[in-house]
Design a protein around this ligand. Structure first.
Ligand SMILES: CC(C)(COP(=O)(O)OP(=O)(O)OC[C@H]1O[C@@H](n2cnc3c(N)ncnc32)[C@H](O)[C@@H]1OP(=O)(O)O)[C@@H](O)C(=O)NCCC(=O)NCCS
Length: 338
């Protein structure tokens, strides 16, 4: 329990995906790939792609509005907005500031957070600190991506994997015994080269050569990322349960970052969880990076699968390299005893 005696948890959820669906069959016409290869190797069948008019802030804003409605709070009640993204509208100003303005959250501070696909988990943890210290009542945490903008659509190693989307959560005070019970954030910067976008920053500013050499696209060593993900999330999950004094069979749901069904299945096996207890959306949305976990959580809550008091483990990994594990006891805020 934090010293303040305040426990932070989720009090509202929202998500948004663009309308355009890109199927594996359509990808077969774009690069040398096969639907069967993609499904077998990744579990992905289709993904969403933002329209040319949509930037990351547009997706984030839609998800944020739904989360506010779900939490039954107004934009003026938001104290802080954190947008976790790898594909901000601009290097600056922060995408969070664009969302703050368009939402009309006039009291809120706002900043972006960069931690690869683990960004939402990092942002959740940062937001929870503000609530648990007593400094803020409501923190809006968003994971939003338009990864389609940094994908090389001629590179079959990466273009089949990613999709666009956004998920948002309102973090606030929850009753004793509920909320974010344990969080562990991790990183290994020595693996940064395994998942990166080389140009566009101070190291290699945009120039004709950087564009000609396709340096503004995402690059990935899938094999290395795969090994890291299985190791970091597996060990981290067991550690989290131990720290919280829980046994494997106390776990009700696992929400892994939706990168690849084989990584998800490996995590479930390590935790001895049947796949019915594992939330999966990678088949329909691909890897939506920072949006994947809040999107999967919202879907399960909307479906009524998650019950008050359920123990939920969220695991994330991504560029950095980074990883995070959060154990949460679900507070059914929709039942209204706040
Ligand atoms: C990407 C991934 C599915 C590739 O699987 P893999 O077993 O590592 O496969 P490899 O990259 O070694 O490629 C195996 C073969 O498939 C081919 N291949 C790669 N992408 C392909 C595609 N889309 N369609 C058909 N074949 C493809 C490769 O060219 C290679 O062919 P070769 O043996 O003739 O050289 C897998 O590494 C993975 O999911 N990694 C994790 C990625 C991830 O989670 N990233 C996000 C982190 S947040």
């Amino acid at each position: 329990m934090p010293e303040s005696g305040i426990r932070a948890g989720i009090l509202g959820l929202g998500s948004y995906v663009p309308e355009k669906v890109l199927t594996n069959r359509e990808l077969e016409k774009m690069v040398d790939t096969k639907d069967q290869w993609i499904v077998t190797m990744t579990g992905i069948r289709e993904r969403r792609i933002a329209s040319p008019q949509q930037a990351t802030s547009d997706l984030a804003l839609e998800a944020a509005r739904k989360a506010l409605d779900d939490a039954k709070i107004s934009p003026a009640e938001v104290d802080l907005i954190i947008v976790a993204t790898n594909t901000p509208d601009h290097l600056f100003p922060a995408t969070a500031c664009i969302v703050q303005d368009r939402l009309g959250a006039h009291r809120a501070g706002a900043f972006d957070l960069l931690a690869g696909c683990t960004g939402f988990m990092y942002a959740l943890s940062v937001g929870a600190q503000f609530v648990e210290s007593g400094m803020y009542r409501h923190v809006l945490v968003i994971g939003a991506e338009t990864l389609s903008r940094i994908i090389d659509w001629e590179d079959r190693n990466t273009c089949v994997i990613f999709g666009d989307g956004a998920g948002a959560a309102i973090i606030g005070r929850v009753p004793e015994g509920y909320g974010l019970i344990h969080t562990k954030l991790g990183s290994d910067g020595s693996g940064g080269q395994y998942l990166d976008m080389p140009a566009g920053g101070s190291k290699m500013p945009a120039c004709r050569e950087s564009v000609d050499n396709k340096m503004h696209f995402l690059r990935m060593n899938g094999r290395e990322v795969f090994k890291f993900a299985v190791r970091a999330c597996g060990d981290g999950s067991l550690e989290a349960l131990k720290s919280a004094g829980l046994a494997l069979n106390d776990l009700d749901f696992l929400i892994p970052h939706q990168a690849n069904i084989r990584i998800i299945e490996a995590a479930a096996k390590r935790l001895q969880l049947p796949m019915e207890k594992v939330l999966v959306n990678v088949d329909r949305f691909g890897n939506t990076s920072t949006a994947s976990i809040p999107m999967a959580l919202e879907e399960a809550v909307n479906r009524g699968s998650i019950k008050d008091g359920d123990n939920i483990l969220m695991t994330g990994f991504g560029a950095g390299l980074t990883w995070a594990v959060t154990l949460m006891r679900w507070y059914d805020y929709r039942s209204g005893n706040r």
